[in-house]
Design a binder for this molecule. Structure first.
Ligand code: AMP
Ligand code: ZN
Length: 482
């Protein structure tokens, strides 16, 4: 596969340290609030990437952290711990908040058909590992203690900026964040590895360490967790584009200084979901969740379909109108799949292989998911048997995860039930598989039976206005769209 690598700014052939095996790491959510659908865009695209790699024959070990400590309200080590803020907002303990929002996150993932990573590790579970890395960095001269905290010394690196050629002045903490600069820092981009002193003395979770009782910085958790579960050679690191700086930049600084060799080759960054008023953000407190979409009558998989139609390296604008369009298209797609007859012919392995090959080629070109969706429609139009088409769709859905076959089977079942009920009522409606129209046609038949011709004509006119033509047949009616 070819994938754009943010570290080299180029599309490159994907390569792994061990042939056929991928060590993959994903920055997990900060669990002080519900994930918003922007966060979930990142997780959907990462899920497709993981599944595509498996589809292409790789064996994948995917690891994700859960940030339940250390992420301050500014990524530049200032402000309050986000978890503490969440706990205060809800009058709960930090651990209660973490448990509640971790469960909520995975419930949302399930609704969006996002596979749970092989390992999910809360940050609070690996304190010993962070301490070991921090001690190693101090021993090697990459870190220093100042004012009670341990800092990473970015001046010790030959190259600090990996993803962008930043203008250092622009990144001066005080300028960027509009906050006071930490005077303990020797260089403005130095960052905290271990806090014992911060402005917020009421930090709820603290641990003993060689530098005093305190808590880890945010960046060290991802280095610690990845080194523990992925080993010293990481093939693929994922996150939203806002994570590139400072978070991923700092992860690279710590990990490579500690292990003494290049760490991760391939960096995959998903661009943001925006609304017309800007980036969707958890900390702003106003955001859209999967539950809200459901309350408004949307199928969460319509949102997944919406995300798949655009490229992960372009920001995506969310609007209700766009989601309506996606939901309409998704429902139509399911109806088309439902109209395929599984008993029609047998699976033509050559055609299936040809489509699999096309899918691998096209989606494998920098995770072009919208081409994957286009290929679904191509397969529906293919001059092949129903069984072959269903096999192709089933194959693509291993990656796209739109539950196409399951939903189509449910539609078929519903249609069969309606037919059975009609047959029992002695009036059979045959049409194009729309329960609402079926019901109207049936109501007209019943009105006729009851000699209520005015009502029967009224329904016929209503259907006509919808572009439906009815033909009476013995024991029922047949309808079609004209
Ligand atoms: P957080 O829970 O804030 O740590 O973020 C979880 C993930 O969502 C990270 O990978 C972020 O980079 C990503 N993310 C945050 N905001 C957005 C957004 N508006 N669109 C897409 N991804 C986002
Ligand atoms: Zn991370």
């Amino acid at each position: 596969m070819y994938l754009y690598n943010s570290a080299t700014h180029k599309k490159e052939e994907f390569q792994t340290h061990t042939p056929g095996h991928v060590e993959m790491y994903t920055c997990g959510p900060t669990v002080y609030h519900f994930a918003h659908i922007g966060n979930l865009r990142s997780y959907i695209m990462e899920d497709v990437l993981e599944k595509f790699l498996r589809y292409s024959g790789y064996d994948v070990n995917r690891v994700m952290n859960i940030t339940d400590v250390g992420h301050l309200s500014s990524d530049a080590d200032t402000g309050e711990d986000k978890m503490l803020k969440g706990a205060r907002r809800e009058h709960k303990t930090v651990m209660e908040i973490a448990k509640f929002y971790t469960d909520a996150f995975f419930a949302d993932c399930e609704k969006l058909n996002i596979r749970k990573p092989d390992t999910v590790q809360p940050a609070t579970g690996c304190i010993g590992e962070y301490i070991e890395i921090i001690q190693g960095l101090l021993d090697k001269g990459y870190a220093y203690v100042a004012g009670g905290n341990v800092y990473f010394d970015t001046s010790k690196l030959q190259r600090y900026y990996i993803f962008n050629d930043h203008d250092e002045e622009d990144l001066a903490v005080g300028v960027r964040e509009g906050v006071e600069e930490d005077t303990n820092k020797r260089n403005k981009n130095d960052f905290v590895l271990w806090f014992t002193k911060s402005k917020f003395e009421d930090q709820a979770l603290k641990w003993d360490s060689p530098w005093g009782v305190g808590y880890p910085g945010w960046h060290i958790e991802c280095s610690g967790i990845s080194l523990k579960y992925n080993g010293d050679y990481l093939d693929l690191h994922c996150g939203g584009v806002d994570n590139a700086f400072p978070h991923h930049t700092n992860e690279i600084a710590q990990s490579e200084s500690f292990i003494g060799h290049p760490w991760c080759k391939q960096w995959f960054h998903v661009h943001h979901l925006n609304t017309n008023s800007g980036k969707m953000s958890k900390s702003k407190g106003e955001f859209l969740t999967v539950s809200l979409l459901e309350e408004k009558g949307y199928d969460p998989l319509s949102y997944r379909f919406f995300c798949l139609q655009s490229h992960y390296r372009k920001s995506l604008v969310f609007s209700w109108e766009n989601l309506d369009n996606a939901q309409g298209a998704y429902q139509k797609l399911i109806k088309r799949v439902a109209a395929l007859d599984p008993g029609d012919g047998t699976v033509d392995q050559a055609v299936l292989g040809e489509y699999r090959e096309k899918f691998t080629q096209q989606v494998g070109n920098d995770l072009n998911t919208s081409m994957g969706v286009t290929l679904l429609y191509d397969a529906l139009k293919a001059p092949a048997s129903g069984a072959t088409k269903l096999a192709i769709l089933e194959s693509f859905d291993q990656v796209l995860s739109l539950s196409l076959l399951e939903k189509a089977a449910a539609v078929r079942e519903e249609q069969a039930k309606v037919k059975a009920a009609q047959a029992q009522a002695g009036y059979t409606v045959t049409g194009e598989g729309d329960p609402e129209i079926d019901a109207l046609v049936k109501a007209r038949g019943e009105a006729k039976k009851a000699k209520n011709f005015a009502e029967a004509d009224r329904i016929r006119d209503e259907l006509k206005a919808k572009g439906i033509e009815i033909t009476d047949v013995p024991g029922g009616a047949v309808w079609k769209r004209v």
